[in-house]
Design a protein around this ligand. Structure first.
Ligand code: ZN
Length: 258
């Protein structure tokens, strides 16, 4: 069975930046069972109702501004998958979720940046699923749990966001800038809660975790973690695959739930 995975995608320049997180993602695809398709749940697609994209070949969305030209020239033309859209509709319907289908949208950088590093040949079909930023962690755990059957059908459920995602206080100039102390304090709390299966605490992280409002001034980059956690199932074995920090306040940690 394919594990569900959460990755942090960091700044859009990750494909260009030499850093431990980039090295990790470049090796990640080869360490996972080869999936038949990826269902990418990205922080950069926020809708009121869960929505998937149905296309034959994904466009590459450059949903950022003010970055080097080389980034805008990058393309990740992975195929879409009608079969995965259909299965996603089925498993979500069984759990009581309505699913909408967007027949135009391609991949935002939350999806294509890590996937370009993981599967550089773009030879694994990719479908994106949106997050519902106003509906919080518990809802996204349930959404993930509904997707769990896909894992036994060789689908990689990939949550892509940020383990710590504070863009306001980050040291913009320095990818290896120092972490303020609250970054590891928050991260250590979340890691311990994941490791010990304290999901009831995790869904209340905004109240319980130290510096949660600093780590996530807005919540959308943390929600894909809960989708991956939910897709792992109640008996999932969590494994931290990576930990590092870029720009001081962008934690790049990744987890697998097997
Ligand atoms: Zn992002």
């Amino acid at each position: 069975m394919v594990p569900s995975v959460f990755v942090s995608h960091g700044a859009p320049t990750l494909p260009l930046d030499e850093c431990p997180a980039r090295t990790f993602l470049k090796g990640l695809g080869a360490t996972l069972p080869r999936p038949s398709a990826v269902l990418a749940v990205s922080a950069h697609w926020e809708t009121e109702t869960p929505t998937v994209n149905l296309v034959s070949v994904n466009d590459t969305i450059h949903d950022f501004s003010g970055f080097p030209d080389a980034l805008y020239e990058m393309r990740y033309p992975a195929h879409g998958s009608r079969a995965l859209v259909t299965r996603t509709q089925q498993v979500l319907a069984e759990a009581g979720f309505k699913l909408e289908v967007d027949e135009a949208r391609g991949l935002d950088h939350g999806a294509w940046v890590p996937l370009m590093l993981m599967y550089p040949e773009a030879d694994v079909p990719v479908v994106q699923l949106s997050v519902q930023s106003d509906l919080g962690p518990e809802y996204h755990m349930k959404l993930g749990a509904a997707l769990a059957p896909l894992r036994s059908e060789d689908v990689l459920v990939l949550g892509t966001g940020g383990f710590v995602h504070n863009l306001w206080s980050r040291d913009r100039g320095r990818i290896d800038g120092p972490e303020p102390p609250w970054v590891p304090e928050f991260s250590d709390w979340v890691h311990a809660a994941i490791t010990h299966g304290r999901t009831a605490d995790l869904v209340r992280y905004l109240k319980l975790a130290p510096h949660a409002a600093l780590a996530h001034p807005e919540e959308e980059h943390f929600l894909p973690l809960f989708v991956a956690l939910g897709a792992g199932g109640v008996a999932a074995k969590p494994e931290r695959l990576h930990e590092s920090t870029t720009f001081g306040t962008l934690r790049m940690d990744a987890y697998a739930f097997t």
